[in-house]
Design a protein around this ligand. Structure first.
Ligand code: DC
Length: 224
């Protein structure tokens, strides 16, 4: 059974790359960020202040932010308290709440346990911030997908321009650096490259080249 752990900073293209690599290997892709986003939505829906760690912890410990995932035609659907929240996962509201509640130990404990359960039953590529360092420490293949802050900001610029917006590069770069700082300096399970992870830097290579680089690493590392 093949298990692949993939981590990396915001904007490195992890989700789309992970999706494509998993498809080509015919395994499932678990986007763990979606699970943090789902908890964020449940916290808001319950009327709990996301900045109140004790209240968020109580909600989780009472089983009132129960996250589950199901797959339909290989695509992940994310549920919280039985409700399919997939359409709302990518909203700004979910992202902001996820960024806040992912700092809490109780939230991480609950989701890490669930992620391990899911990975125990099927071959899987899991992507997030703490997969190679915490969730799947024994994964035979670990990838750290990164790119320079400038390259990541440039991609974000392009996405926004394609949506008809007129973004300011310096401001986006500041946001990217701020998110990196937050992810890498939080107390519980900060983002870092696992010692045994292979670093893939996508700054100067395109989507297909990045996918190919990862497939080569999987092939080299995966024995049996
Ligand atoms: O990758 P994303 O933007 O969907 O992640 C949403 C938030 O959840 C982000 O602030 C980082 C956090 N996260 C985390 O702390 N650990 C993970 N394994 C995945 C995401």
């Amino acid at each position: 059974m093949i298990t692949i752990a993939m981590d990396g900073p915001v904007g490195a293209g992890k989700s789309t790359i992970a999706d494509e690599v998993a498809k080509r290997l015919n395994i499932l892709h678990l986007d763990t960020g979606a699970m943090y986003r789902a908890v964020g939505l449940a916290v808001n829906k319950a009327g709990v202040d996301m900045h109140d760690e004790a209240a968020v912890t109580a909600l989780c410990e009472a089983g009132k932010a129960h996250v589950d995932v199901k797959y339909e035609d290989g695509a992940q659907k994310t549920f919280v308290n039985g409700e399919d929240v997939t359409p709302f996962i990518r909203t700004q509201e979910a992202g902001t709440a996820a960024s806040c509640i992912s700092r809490y130990a109780a939230v991480r404990r609950m989701l890490v346990a669930r992620q391990r359960e899911i990975a125990a039953t099927q071959p899987m590529l899991m992507d997030g911030r703490d997969i190679g360092t915490v969730v799947l420490k024994d994964a035979p293949v670990k990838i750290y997908l990164t790119a320079s802050a400038e390259a990541r900001a440039q991609r974000r610029m392009k996405q926004l321009q394609e949506k008809g917006e007129n973004p300011d590069f310096e401001e986006i770069l500041r946001e990217v650096n701020a998110r990196d700082y937050q992810d890498m300096n939080r107390e519980v399970d900060p983002l870092r490259c696992a010692e045994d992870a292979v670093v893939v830097d996508s700054s100067d290579i395109n989507f297909e080249e990045t996918v190919q680089a990862i497939l080569r690493i999987v092939e080299e590392k995966h024995v049996g």
